[in-house]
Design a protein around this ligand. Structure first.
Ligand code: 4AD
Ligand code: MG
Length: 468
């Protein structure tokens, strides 16, 4: 039948169809074409599945130039009869009766012509890498994980709260913020007496930045709505050029009234396992592809994490283990120092050989909002550490006692007057509460087996790189 008279179906649907003998219409991009002067086999992909549909074309019945223009990367529409495949590798194929060329693709200049490009090369061609099997799989899984996150929380009665992207507070207090301003940088107003920038005359009348976390605003929501979560982009101007850091990443931050640190850990473990199970059950073809091409241990590792309880240990126990390991660390280990990736990975990959949740960190290496333990030295913090990744989740029980919170704000020399709204919640009906943040791309690294965080977000933002 003529293409104009038909309704397109997706390749995924066509491949699953049992209605052989019927006419169908598919549209997509040519992955490969092979054959001889009488017959061509075109592998067509439209992004709906990792699998291609094979188009069998009797070349004699089509315009010679049309057939010549059907090259790797070209976009076409094909109608024809769906038949049982004669060849191996697919159940059904299409015997083409009508072909329309939407977009040619010059074989000489198309970057994805040859097989086996390096990840670096594909990163430089991030505008086209969606068309490879690997990135098709990664971004279909990314979508599924985002959907599963909303489903998980919705089914549990959590509300999705939209916290601001532009903010005047530094939640983590690490000073790694990108400034937001409407000033003309060639003509920045200054206060004559002090020579300092006059932020009062800027757009918001104060210094503003891109958020590093939606947590502080999330807490305000939780202390009325009960259980909320955020899921949005967060920004950190830390100059970390590692396979695990982005300057723009997506974070999921649930915040729950009446949860203590144990409830918080239980939720974190249940949540991550739910997402892994969702991927195994709903993304099997893409996972199998990644398991065979990218990381042979992927599916086994996903199942392993699913079927074992996370180890729970304190920071102090972790430090003892690291000292007892008797290794020469790049960063020295001592009680009171923050754990580095090398330490976290030793604990997870070599010592426990399982995901680990560490708690009760020294208060001096953690943020101001964490609930202080009675020892006055440690706080009810928790970090979830994963094999191959290190920290995937950071969270804590929050300090709900106003006196202790104010004391900590003073001790850390934070701008108390700018946090008046946060402090107010401890003044008016304060409640025990907890929350955590899951780095979406760190989760994606684990679920896909990809080794560089730049390859699990469509357009990575890292130091000296904001292309596309
Ligand atoms: O541990 P972090 O800094 O915690 C917070 O921001 C808290 N406010 C969360 C909360 O309690 N609501 O960040 C949380 C997670 C980390 O465990 C990590 O997975 C991810 O965010 N993350 C990054 N991911 C990619 N690139 C970066 N530069 C990241 N920094 C943190
Ligand atoms: Mg952290």
């Amino acid at each position: 039948m003529k293409i104009e008279l038909m309704k397109r179906i997706k390749v995924k649907e066509a491949l699953a169809s049992h209605e052989t003998g019927t006419d169908i219409l598919v549209k997509g991009w040519v992955r490969t074409k092979r054959g001889n002067k009488n017959i061509s086999f075109i592998a067509l992909n439209d992004g709906s599945t990792i699998n291609n549909i094979q188009i069998v074309t009797d070349t004699q019945t089509f315009d010679e130039n049309l057939i010549k223009d059907i090259t790797t990367g070209a976009c076409i529409a094909v109608s024809g009869k769906l038949v049982e495949s004669q060849g191996q590798g697919q159940k059904v194929e299409i015997i083409a009766s009508d072909i329309e060329l939407y977009g040619k693709c010059d074989a000489e200049t198309y970057p994805l012509q040859k097989k086996g490009h390096s990840m670096e090369f594909l990163r430089e061609n991030a505008h086209l890498r969606f068309r490879t099997n690997t990135f098709g799989a990664v971004f279909r899984i990314r979508h599924s994980m985002a959907y599963a996150i909303h489903k998980y929380f919705n089914d549990k009665g959590f509300y999705y709260l939209h916290t601001p992207i532009i903010t005047a507070s530094d939640c983590e207090g690490a000073g790694e913020m990108f400034r937001v301003t409407a000033f003309d940088l060639k003509n920045v107003p200054v206060i004559p007496e002090t020579g300092k920038v006059d932020f009062k005359s800027d757009f918001y009348g104060k210094e503003t930045h891109l958020t590093v976390s939606g947590q502080l605003e999330g807490e305000l929501g939780a202390l009325a709505l009960g259980e909320i979560y955020t899921f949005g982009p967060t920004f950190r101007a830390e100059n970390s050029n590692t396979p695990r850091h982005l300057s723009e990443f997506w974070m999921i931050e649930p915040e729950m009234a009446f949860y203590n640190i144990t409830d918080n850990m239980d939720l974190a473990e249940d949540f991550v396992k739910y997402l892994i199970r969702y991927a195994i059950e709903n993304c099997s073809e893409d996972l199998e592809f990644l398991n065979s091409m990218i990381d042979k241990g992927l599916i086994e590792r996903l199942n392993f994490v699913l079927n074992n309880s996370f180890i729970r240990a304190t920071y102090t126990e972790a430090v003892e283990i690291l000292i007892a390991a008797g290794r020469k660390w790049e960063y020295p280990v001592a009680w009171g120092r923050d754990l580095q990736a090398e330490h976290e990975r030793y604990l997870v990959e070599e010592h426990f050989k399982q995901p680990v949740i560490l708690t009760n960190y020294p208060k001096d290496i953690k943020a101001f909002y964490m609930k202080q333990n009675d020892d006055r030295k440690t706080v009810k913090a928790m970090d979830v550490l994963f094999p191959g990744i290190g920290e995937i989740i950071g969270g804590s029980q929050r300090e709900e006692n106003i006196d202790r919170l104010l004391a900590r704000i003073k001790e850390m020399k934070l701008p108390e007057k700018d946090l008046w709204w946060y402090i107010d919640t401890r003044r008016f009906g304060s409640a025990p509460h907890s929350g955590f943040g899951l780095g979406f791309e760190r989760l994606m690294l684990f679920v896909t087996g990809m080794s560089n965080i730049r390859d699990v977000i469509p357009f990575p933002r890292t130091p000296k790189n904001a292309e596309f």
